[in-house]
Write a protein that binds this ligand. Structure first.
Ligand SMILES: Nc1ncnc2c1ncn2[C@@H]1O[C@H](COP(=O)(O)OP(=O)(O)OP(=O)(O)O)[C@@H](O)[C@H]1O
Ligand SMILES: [Mg+2]
Length: 141
């Protein structure tokens, strides 16, 4: 059985140099805790996509990782422009990535859809001009 665990991470918007650090650290925490490889993989994908969206579109965020024996919960709460149309943003292929971001390999418009696919529960809420919050739950079975 997995022991309860909780940790918060700060993600800096527009800092491509440190991009992916939180997801990488979370992946090693999950490995350390002996969590099932498939669960780690799904969590790593969801966390990485959420982290990169903060780097690309927001000013900053707090990512909170909570692990209890039944589930992994990740909440990413950002300060940023928010998302005016969540249904549109969720559509595969929709992206507002800049040419520079596309040159770096981002902007396929797949991130949010991939987070949803890899989560057991996924909630996204956003306030334009304030920020966006993702609540991701992945069951450990
Ligand atoms: N945290 C966020 N704050 C503001 N806008 C966001 C945020 N996350 C996503 N978006 C908006 O939703 C769109 C779709 O996001 P999604 O992650 O699916 O694709 P992408 O980031 O554009 O490309 P990819 O993730 O495939 O590199 C983004 O282009 C952006 O307009
Ligand atoms: Mg993305």
């Amino acid at each position: 059985m997995v022991a309860p665990f909780s940790q918060s991470f700060t993600i800096e918007g527009r800092n491509f140099f440190n991009a992916g650090e939180a997801s990488t650290e979370i992946k090693s925490i999950l490995k350390e805790l002996g969590i099932d490889a498939a669960v780690i993989r799904r969590t790593a994908i969801a966390t990485y996509e959420a982290e990169m969206n903060v780097v690309m579109y927001a000013s900053r965020a707090t990512l909170t990782l909570n692990i209890v024996p039944e589930m992994i919960r990740i909440v990413v709460d950002d300060d940023g422009p928010g998302i005016p149309d969540i249904d549109l943003a969720m559509q595969e292929g929709y992206s507002t990535a800049t040419p520079e971001m596309r040159e770096m390999g981002f902007g396929a418009g797949m991130g949010l859809a991939n987070i949803k696919k890899n989560s057991d529960q996924f909630t996204i809420t956003s306030n334009v001009g304030i920020g966006t919050r993702l609540d991701i739950v992945i069951f450990i079975s």
